[in-house]
Design a protein around this ligand. Structure first.
Ligand code: IMP
Length: 193
């Protein structure tokens, strides 16, 4: 089994990604290794930010590293909030603040507010760089529904679904998510490397 260091401190994400990468790979959180650097994600694309994280972690542990960066892109807003998804309503804002701001902004546009979650997953081992993208298409609705998940889940309805991601169980979301798609692709290309 090949060990991969995952440049993330999010326990839910680590468990989700580990499930996908097993049994060929074992994902280890940087938190299990010790030092967790403060990484400034100042890239302009998901891919740039994912590589910023992967390279920063690789440079400390010198072990094969995976990382991801994800966010929401709304068509009527020309792909916003994009790489600013986490802080759309300002520094230190809550998920609720972001969702309210987005609904408010989209009230100026006709429905449907088509959108997609995008996840870029990368691999870096000091020599080889790999990068893949996973997409989940859907639309932003103008009310909050459901309690599960995080971020924009309560206002995002996947295509051909009546429920928001926050109304789905985590195992249901993890089957269709942008992250699941990205890491499944990454696993495939790492196995053929
Ligand atoms: P990260 O790169 O995975 O940390 O995601 C950055 C931001 O994108 C998060 O803070 C959320 O606002 C948003 N986001 C990414 N993935 C999801 C998801 O699966 N559901 C809801 N929001 C997400």
């Amino acid at each position: 089994m090949i060990e991969l260091v995952f440049a993330s401190g999010n326990k839910g994400k680590i468990a989700e990604v580990n499930k996908i990468m097993l049994p060929e790979f074992k994902v280890i959180s940087i938190y299990e290794l010790g030092e967790v650097p403060d990484i400034i994600e100042d890239g302009t694309t998901f891919e740039e930010n994912a590589f910023i994280k992967a390279e920063a972690i690789y440079n400390i542990y010198k072990k094969p590293t995976i990382a991801d960066d994800s966010g929401l892109a709304v068509d009527q807003l020309d792909g916003k909030p994009g790489v600013f998804s986490a802080r759309y309503a300002g520094e230190n804002c809550t998920y609720d603040d972001n969702n309210k701001k987005l609904i408010e902004e989209l009230s100026n546009y006709p429905e449907p507010h088509t959108a997609q979650f995008i996840c870029c997953a990368v691999y870096f081992d000091g020599r080889i760089k790999k990068s893949v993208t996973g997409i989940l298409k859907g639309e932003i609705i103008n009310e909050f529904r459901g309690q599960n998940g995080f971020g924009y889940d309560p206002i995002f309805q996947a295509a051909n679904e009546k429920r928001t991601l926050a109304e789905m169980r985590s195992d249901e979301k993890n089957k269709i998510s942008h992250r699941a798609k990205a890491f499944s692709k990454l696993k495939k290309i790492l196995l053929t490397k």
